[in-house]
Design a protein around this ligand. Sequence first.
Ligand SMILES: Cc1ncc(C[n+]2csc(CCOP(=O)(O)OP(=O)(O)O)c2C)c(N)n1
Length: 271
Amino acid sequence: MRRLIIQAVNHSKAGHLGGPLSAADVLTVLYFKILRIDPERPHWPDRDRFILSKGHSAIGLYSVLALRGFFPVDELMTFDQINSRLQGHPDMTKLPGIDMSSGSLGQGLSPGVGMALGAKLLDKDFHTWVMLGDGEIQEGQIWEAALVAEHYNLDNLTAILDYNGLQQYGWTASLANGKRQPRISIDNPRQRWEVWGWHVLEMDGHNVGNILETCRKARTMKGKPTLIISHSIKGKGVSFMENDYNWHSKVLTEAEFAQAMADLARPVEGE
Ligand SMILES: Cc1ncc(C[n+]2csc(CCOP(=O)(O)OP(=O)(O)O)c2C)c(N)n1
């Protein structure tokens, strides 16, 4: 999947890399083991819903959808081209399998709350999952949605925070490398979300067994919504991209492309 991400972004000469690579393992476990979905029936009313609120990681979502059989893997090479169904940010009106358009950060949890509330009102048992970025949760709309989810006791809603510590131009925490950073802190998300009335779980976002176990547990949590803090590494899998915000979104040179593909030819840890 990571190789497909690199190939598609390299081919289009545009798109994000760090964020999709940090989310790749979680997306894989969700789409292959957790979500109740059917690629043959992308609009099945009883399917689980998934919203990639950090929509700039679209190529990660497209890759897993293709591998799961929603559309041909070859189509990934149309990524970000005019008239492609695979735009730089997910478009639910174009591509079956996308439950919500996204890209303007901060807006994905609100429709997730609506879907989860809708399921309760209609007495349906599907679960709604929303993936958030740690830079993204500085957005006030996320805070409002979190409070509404708690108000309605939406235990059929799970948010997964891709906690890679980086956003577009640097660290998300107020204190990084011993230096105070001039940006709003999202340190200690556990404390904040617990105060907002959510269950909070944590997992290693690159350990498939741990992701599987934690997501299964989230589905069974009762009484209130659940946040999973997924500890991850931005750029995971490509040596020179890991923990470097410069690779948030950048075009690869030929040599960098070759190095990235070589890095990703290594066996996956723990496989
Ligand atoms: C409302 C809004 N402001 C700014 C952007 C530009 N932008 C795209 S990605 C990004 C950083 C996101 O960081 P984070 O949520 O931590 O995502 P990740 O590190 O997982 O890529 C920004 C500022 C945007 N897409 N939407």
